[in-house]
Design a binder for this molecule. Structure first.
Ligand SMILES: *Cc1c(COP(=O)(O)O)cnc(C)c1O
Length: 374
């Protein structure tokens, strides 16, 4: 029986290098609160990502919540049901009302054509997600936000390093949030960052991240503890050295998946777009039950019996969760595209050391179980 493979596998920095960082931490006894590794990592990350201001966080969820606080978002926030629970939860924890908007026909991100009809006098912000690192309709979303005076906060948890025509997607909207959780393409074990576009905003974010402290005796706002510690930052600095090679490796595996699956009836892969530098952190396929001859769930379970653990990102929809399903915007009839995608999706294993043999093993398993015309 071959080894089990999972949808992702965390990258670890070289042990010797991390030990050297630990020795330095032992020496300095600086463990957290903007230590030397923290500040070096923050600067290196801004440089690597091509963004002006990075604020590091202990995780992406606290960064999302802080983004809403930093912009003083109230009332209703238009968002997508096709995401990870943290997106909607962050809105809810800020005592705001999530308003679900359907996703694009044939795509995975919020449909800008449907945003406008959901705007009410209480709407203050839009929180879209760059699902699988695929950029949202950046310009159309900004256009709507400008007309109605709304803020745009991107959940960019999947969008590390993604560029459109050479420009970082993190430079769009008012704020963007990254996650460096162990399951993401770039990890600091747990971690995240908030990307802002002017020094005043970054200052406010940095106060909020540290209980609202502006100086020793001045607390300017009811902040939170969102700080990244020195071990996470040292880990992140080492990961920056290898991330480009990892993304390149994932790109090759993505291409191999596409070629291998191209002839399989009922399986659709997502093509790369030439103007987008993608990070290949997910490999989504859509299963058309009739054409493939087996349901998405049956294929998902079959792959598991073969030691291939994909994930149904994103199923169930956030609008189907008990906490949100009674909201007026959560009615499945209003979210037909999201419902459809959530029932067809499987994300296949993809990570830097997956290996071609494992790609072929997944491709063959999917191809062998096709029962077209059944
Ligand atoms: C991972 C993820 C988050 C949460 O990030 P954490 O760092 O785990 O808190 C938020 N949104 C999306 C879309 C994610 O995939």
């Amino acid at each position: 029986m071959p080894e089990n493979i999972y949808v992702t596998r965390p990258t670890l920095p070289p042990l010797q290098d991390f030990v050297a960082s630990l020795e330095s931490i032992w020496e300095s006894r600086r463990l957290t609160n903007k230590g030397p590794f923290h500040d070096e990592f923050e600067a290196a990350l801004a440089e690597h990502l091509g963004v002006p201001h990075v604020s590091l966080f202990c995780n992406g969820t606290i960064a999302l919540q802080t983004a809403l606080q930093a912009l003083r978002i109230t009332g209703e926030v238009i968002t997508t049901p096709y995401s990870f629970p943290a997106t909607t939860h962050a809105i809810y924890w800020n005592r705001c009302m999530p308003v679900f908007c359907d996703i694009e026909p044939g795509g995975f991100n919020i449909d800008p054509e449907k945003v406008e009809s959901l705007i009410s006098p209480n709407t203050t912000a839009i929180m879209p997600v760059h699902v699988y690192g695929i950029p949202c309709a950046l310009e159309r979303i900004q256009h709507i936000a400008d007309i109605y005076g709304l803020k745009v906060i991107y959940d960019a948890a999947h969008a590390f390093g993604v560029r459109v025509h050479g420009e970082s997607v993190l430079n769009f909207g008012d704020l963007s949030v990254l996650s460096f959780h162990a399951t993401k393409i770039f990890n600091t074990i747990e971690g995240g960052a908030l990307i802002s576009h002017d020094p005043k905003m970054q200052e406010r974010i940095d106060y909020l991240r540290n209980f609202g402290f502006a100086d020793e005796t001045t607390v300017v706002a009811p902040g939170i503890n969102g700080k990244m510690n020195e071990l996470q930052a040292a880990w992140g600095l080492l990961q920056l050295k290898t991330i480009d090679a990892e993304i390149a490796a994932c790109k090759e595996f993505a291409q191999r998946y596409r070629e291998g699956l191209s002839g399989v009836p009922g399986i659709t892969c997502i093509e790369d777009q030439p103007e987008i530098a993608c990070n290949h952190c997910y490999f989504p396929i859509l299963v058309d039950e009739t054409a493939y001859g087996m349901s998405r769930d049956a294929l998902y379970e079959t792959l598991k019996t073969l030691g291939i653990y994909g994930r149904r990102y994103f199923y169930p929809l956030l609008s189907h969760l008990p906490s949100y399903r009674n909201l007026p915007s959560a009615a499945p009839g209003k979210l037909p595209e999201a419902v459809k995608r959530s029932l067809q999706i499987i994300c296949l294993p993809i990570y830097a050391d997956l290996g071609e043999a494992n790609v072929d093993r997944v491709v063959n398993a999917i191809a062998e179980h096709a029962r077209p015309g059944r």
